[in-house]
Design a protein around this ligand. Structure first.
Ligand SMILES: [Fe+2]
Ligand SMILES: [Fe+2]
Length: 258
């Protein structure tokens, strides 16, 4: 599983440098700037299918997600969801599209603003963050206590998380109205890389009632967002593609603003 592998990371690997750059360069100001920039949704117009098909074009060797091609991972995740939730089409779609925010690569963003586990800026960095040691170079290191600039119980929505493909896709889907993906599942997209929270149990003091539900959903989703399981499909057959194409057409209506 991804996080196990992550915890075995050694220094000098491409993931090490990804996290080192992320941990040294992501600041609250930068995250706000990226949110402002991409909040305009003026990068390009394309269908969700098009975005999905672009996924393999910007493979990044430092992407910790990358045991299999992004598109294969997308279909595998969706198929795992479908096996357990054959009736829940929306959840299956989330499996398929959850990483599509990686189109950020095509807008020229470096890996450390696209992939990797996310964490909170503006409060103390928990030691369970991968490559925690590289955070010691962050100029906010030791600046904040456990709650930092936030109030207990303020809700996850108030936190400034490190920027990446989760927040980007969340924002794209939130800002386009020609689809039927509900807020419940948009939150799964938004927090799926937030490992320090959903898997390590950090930041619990900031949660409100609604976040408890989000956590349940994200953890359930995380069971499917795995890498190379034995019974996985390896070839995406035309039938599988067709099935998801139909699903996407059911839930999305035309091009989205990205
Ligand atoms: Fe992801
Ligand atoms: Fe994923």
């Amino acid at each position: 599983m991804k996080s196990d592998k992550l915890r075995n990371y050694e220094e000098g690997t491409s993931q090490y440098f990804l996290y080192k750059e992320m941990h040294e360069n992501q600041t609250i100001e930068l995250v706000k700037e990226k949110k402002r920039k991409y909040g305009q949704l003026d990068q390009r117009r394309m269908t969700i299918q098009k975005a999905l098909s672009l996924m393999d074009e910007f493979i990044d060797p430092s992407d910790p997600d990358l045991d299999v091609e992004n598109s294969v991972h997308a279909y595998q995740t969706a198929e795992r969801v479908r096996k357990k939730y054959p009736e829940n089409k929306e959840f299956q779609i989330i499996g398929l599209i959850h990483d599509v925010g990686k189109v950020l690569f095509s807008f020229g963003e470096p890996s450390w603003l696209v992939v990797g586990d996310t964490y909170v800026l503006g409060c103390k960095f928990p030691e369970s963050i991968v490559y925690y040691d590289t955070l010691k170079k962050h100029f906010d290191y030791l600046k904040y206590d456990k709650n930092g600039i936030y109030e207990e119980g303020c809700g996850l929505d108030k936190l400034v998380l490190s920027y990446g493909h989760d927040e980007y896709l969340y924002n794209v889907l939130k800002g386009n109205k020609n689809h039927r993906i509900s807020d419940r599942y948009l939150d799964v997209i938004r927090y799926h890389s937030f490992y320090p929270w959903h898997t390590e149990g950090e930041y619990k003091q900031f949660m409100n009632e609604k976040d408890e539900e989000i956590l349940r959903d994200v953890l359930e989703f995380n069971n499917f967002d795995l890498y190379s399981k034995e019974d996985d499909i390896e070839v995406i057959t035309p039938e599988i593609k067709q099935y998801y194409d139909r699903l996407l057409n059911e839930y999305f209506d035309g091009e989205l603003n990205w």
